[in-house]
Design a protein around this ligand. Structure first.
Ligand SMILES: [Zn+2]
Ligand SMILES: [Zn+2]
Length: 145
């Protein structure tokens, strides 16, 4: 499954004329496999042994390229570092208020809210973002001890 996602992603890059360097390949692979919505810093730390010449700035630049190609989504939270999410299909996020972990979930049918928002405000709606806040199972466990 993730193999196929990687292939499709590489195809998309090729079609948009983006050169596929070993670093880009590795960053994409990490994003697809991690599923953890990593920050650029986390990606950098996990790949620095493989690419000693790579800097955090390089990771950022590559993430920006992926973002422009529509492969990744940047999630910003106030002054915290941006997190990056490989775009598979539309999904929503639950966020742990204790450790900051972001977990994906799929829920159908919220397109209605876009129609409603458009109707009420006259906006041409492009997208929406829904986030659910709480405490993840691991943190619940820790807190109950
Ligand atoms: Zn947690
Ligand atoms: Zn996500």
């Amino acid at each position: 499954m993730s193999e196929m996602q990687l292939e499709t992603a590489l195809d998309t890059l090729k079609k948009t004329g983006v050169r596929i360097t070993p670093q880009r390949h590795a960053i994409l692979e990490y994003l697809i496999e991690a599923m953890s919505h990593p920050t650029a810093d986390e990606i950098y730390k996990s790949l620095e042994s493989k690419f000693p010449n790579m800097s955090v700035a390089t990771v950022y630049n590559n993430l920006r390229v992926f973002k422009e190609s529509g492969l990744v989504q940047e999630l910003t939270y106030g002054d915290n570092a941006s997190r990056f999410d490989f775009v598979t299909s539309k999904h929503y996020h639950t966020i742990c208020q204790s450790c900051g972990k972001i977990v994906d979930f799929h829920y159908p049918g919220l397109d209605e809210i876009e129609h409603f928002a458009s109707h009420v405000t006259g906006f041409k709606i492009n997208s929406h973002r829904l986030e659910i806040y709480g405490v993840c199972p691991e943190c619940q466990e820790e807190q109950s001890q």
